[in-house]
Every structure is written in C-alpha cells, then in structure tokens.
Design a protein around this ligand. Structure first.
Ligand code: ZN
Length: 61
C-alpha cells in the first residue's frame, strides 16, 4: 500500500510550490495558467500546464 502515499505526497509538494513559483515537480519546467478554473470544496482551483504538458490544479485562494 506504499504506492497510495505517493499521490498525496505529490499533491502536498504541488500545494507548497504553488505559493512560491509554479514549477512542474516532474520536470522542473515553468508552469503557466491556462485560464481554466473550477470550484472544489469551497476553494478555487486554477489549471496550470508545464512546458512538457503536465496539467495540475492549484488552489489560488
Ligand atoms: Zn511537467
């Protein structure tokens, strides 16, 4: 069941990274907002995409 921890750990890294700079945790390229947003559990999430095409939803408030 160790694999179950990886997504959670990755999500935590993404959440922390979102405060400073939007850099893809996989390949370290700069991520840019696509303009797409969604509401989830009372928070606004913005879609970011890195130069290699990885997509992440980052809380913006
Ligand atoms: Zn990437």
């Amino acid at each position: 069941m160790k694999h179950a921890l990886l997504p959670a750990a990755l999500a935590l890294v993404i959440a922390i990274g979102a405060v400073a700079t939007q850099v893809c945790p996989v390949d370290k390229t700069t991520m840019t907002a696509t303009g797409e947003t969604r509401e989830e559990e009372g928070k606004t999430l913005a879609e970011y995409r890195c130069e290699k095409g990885h997509v992440y939803w980052i809380a913006v408030d």
